[in-house]
Design a binder for this molecule. Structure first.
Ligand code: NAD
Length: 332
């Protein structure tokens, strides 16, 4: 069977890492008809937007996309393309595994976490305005519907993957209404899953505990902003942004992308680590039912890391982006 999949190369380092991912995925032998669509900075001049309709149309049609990072200029200008894409396609759960990779030496062992980040609301709803000249206001939206939906996703994932515990992360002691509603919603859903241990933790305490004893945590469910921050923290526990994959899941579509951004400083140098997007590609293969190919990619990555000869700069080596892809392909 041939799968139709949208490929968004992205900005900055996007094109080089997505090419690496595409080569590795194609080398598994899975038949994919890649629908390559450009988005981001390079299309603004022609289309007047970094996210032309054809991008959303392609994802809606194919229901699955692999995406490189897209740059969002800081301050004025366009809204984040990434946030808009997640909202437009209602990709409500952002799932980001952070797992110790066999063969990769880091400060921690046995980290095996999954972040489930609410992906459509919170301070990312983009409702901001100036109050006069010298004050700005940003509105935090939390709804019961979105909170229960992402909580159910976290518990279902815990059941499916044989996980033991779900931790709801919040700041309900201070934001009693908004984070209070998030926490109440997760607690309501937790009642349907008595077999899964449930606890809640205030976000600052969670950060400290993750740095001290990450092995004690399992699945975490968080509102959008805390999910964004805590997932970079978790990436740091297992080797950095170069090895942090992610999935944005909705009812009608799923977009797989690395946690990291477009790292413009490194663009075009063929030196950035392609593992995060390759691992996102493996998550994508699981999503479309190509379990064996996904497993072969994971095993090939493990073999390359254990051998330690073909590592990019962030993992202590000197191998190029394309060189690392070649090394993985040679182990498939
Ligand atoms: P970034 O993740 O692009 O890079 C920060 C630093 O992390 C880099 O300078 C580099 O040292 C390191 N790094 C990132 N990816 C790496 C990799 N694959 N291998 C090795 N090292 C890596 O974050 P930033 O500089 O804050 O953001 C740059 C742009 O990307 C911004 O416009 C931002 O909005 C955008 N962004 C996009 C996404 C997305 O598309 N989903 C996510 C985050 C940031």
């Amino acid at each position: 069977m041939t799968h139709n999949i949208t490929l968004i190369p992205g900005d900055g380092i996007g094109p080089e890492i997505s090419e690496a991912a595409r080569r590795v995925i194609d080398a598994t032998g899975v038949s994919i008809n890649w629908d390559v669509v450009e988005a981001g900075e390079k299309v603004i001049a022609e289309y007047g937007t970094p996210l032309p309709d054809y991008v959303l149309d392609s994802i809606k049609r194919n229901k699955v996309a692999l995406k490189g990072p897209l740059t969002t200029p800081v301050g004025k200008g366009f809204r984040s393309v990434n946030v808009t894409l997640r909202q437009e396609l209602n990709l409500y759960a952002n799932v980001r595994p952070a797992k110790t990779l066999p063969g990769l030496v880091t400060r921690y062992e046995n980290v095996d976490l999954i972040i489930v980040r609410e992906n459509t609301e919170d301070l990312y709803a983009g409702i901001e305005h100036m109050v006069g000249r010298d004050a700005a206001e940003s509105i935090k939206i939390i709804t019961r519907e979105a909170s229960e939906r992402v909580a159910r996703h976290a518990f279902e994932l815990a059941v499916k993957q044989g996980r033991k515990k779900v931790t709801a992360v919040h700041k309900a002691n201070i934001m009693k209404l908004s984070d209070g509603l998030f926490l109440e919603s997760v607690k309501n859903i937790a009642k349907d899953y008595p077999q899964i241990e449930f606890e809640d933790m205030i976000v600052d305490a969670m950060c400290m505990k993750l740095v001290q004893t990450p092995e004690k945590y399992d699945v975490m469910v968080l509102p959008n902003l805390y999910g964004d921050i805590v997932s970079d923290l978790c990436a740091g526990l297992v080797g950095g942004l170069g090895v942090a994959p992610g999935a944005n899941i909705g009812e009608k579509a799923a977009v797989f992308e690395p946690v990291h951004g477009s790292a413009p400083r490194h663009a075009g140098l063929n030196r950035i680590n392609p593992l995060a997007i390759i691992m996102s590609g493996a998550l994508m293969l699981l999503h479309i039912g190509e379990y064996e190919a996904a497993d072969r990619i994971s095993q090939a990555i493990t073999a390359v890391l254990k051998e330690g000869k073909s590592l990019t700069y962030d993992l202590g080596g000197t191998t190029s982006t394309s060189g690392m892809a070649d090394a993985i392909i040679s182990k498939l």
